[in-house]
Design a protein around this ligand. Structure first.
Ligand code: GUN
Length: 284
């Protein structure tokens, strides 16, 4: 058996067309502000892609590119300015920030109604309380969307997530629990990781270790979602050994062309939602 490929690029394209139609009917374009500090090459590429994707569906995106040595206070002032600017609907600060920043304080300074990354404690609390008004981080939303598009109802399935980061593993665990999965979070200290992974109906890897997940880690017929973005000899690869896994899994995401394109789309979806809520008086 060879697995069916979950085509994230195609799914993202279809969803972006739907978003573009919604944006076209608004009186003004939703506006996403992206704050980028320093010259991390990957971050510059990610943010350029976000701007391109936003503009392609008719949204406005402003990148505020600050010097590596910008003081914490200056970044807080910029965020305050964007918080109080009614023409800005969403604010994200590209992570990781240079080491001298207190990232938690920066994240918490973003107005929760504009926190389209869903990284702030307020939105995390809503998500963990199964409150549908939570603004949920883009990558976990992308994973859920791809699972629902592929499998339909995921209630009762055993989902194993490898990775416990604040950006992916933890919020994804809540999101899948809210959607009635039985959830196991595994991580670098987990004993018997291959056996636990092999008990999953849905296996999500978000640990950043290239080709960690081998065929023995996969239950025949499982759905495998690979969130990893790694490089081996300059070539992109995921956390899953794709060539092995595709012989065992029923559905699998490739890297590149899987979760990545869907993540940017979900950020745009959050920005549209923030715009609608801010303009309908649903949220301040
Ligand atoms: N760094 C890696 N992923 C993300 C993301 O989703 N948002 C932000 N702001 N920074 C990131």
């Amino acid at each position: 058996m060879t697995a069916n490929i979950i085509d994230g690029k195609l799914m993202a394209q279809e969803l972006r067309e739907q978003l573009a139609q919604k944006v076209a009917h608004l009186p003004t374009p939703p506006h996403l502000a992206v704050i980028l500090v320093g010259n991390d090459e990957a971050s510059i590429i990610y943010d350029r892609n976000k701007k391109k994707a936003a503009e392609a569906i008719g949204m406005q995106c402003t990148i505020h590119h600050l010097d590596e040595n910008t003081p914490q206070e200056e970044l807080l002032q910029l965020i305050h300015r964007l918080n109080t600017d009614s023409a800005v609907n969403g604010i994200i600060v590209q992570m990781p920030l240079p080491k001298h920043f207190n990232s938690e304080q920066i994240i918490e300074s973003i107005d929760h109604a504009k926190d389209v990354d869903g990284f702030g404690i307020y939105n995390i609390g809503l998500l963990h309380s199964n409150d549908s008004s939570a603004m949920v981080a883009a990558t976990p939303q992308a994973v859920l969307y791809m699972l629902q598009q592929t499998l339909g109802n995921i209630a009762g399935k055993h989902a194993v997530i490898i990775g416990r980061s604040n950006i992916v593993g933890r919020p994804l665990a809540s999101l899948l629990l809210n959607n009635h999965c039985t959830v196991t979070i595994a991580h670098s200290k987990t004993v018997n990781l291959p056996q636990i992974a092999a008990s999953a109906d849905i296996l999500v890897s978000a640990c950043g270790v290239a080709k960690l997940v081998k065929k023995e880690w996969i239950k025949p017929g499982a759905t495998v979602i690979d969130v990893g973005i790694n490089r081996i000899d300059g070539k992109l690869c995921g956390d899953v050994d794709f060539d092995e896994a595709k012989e065992i899994a029923e559905y699998i995401t490739p890297v590149p062309g899987g979760v990545g394109p869907m993540t940017v789309t979900m950020l745009l979806n959050n920005t549209l939602r923030a715009y609608i809520e801010q303009n309908s008086g649903l949220k301040k």
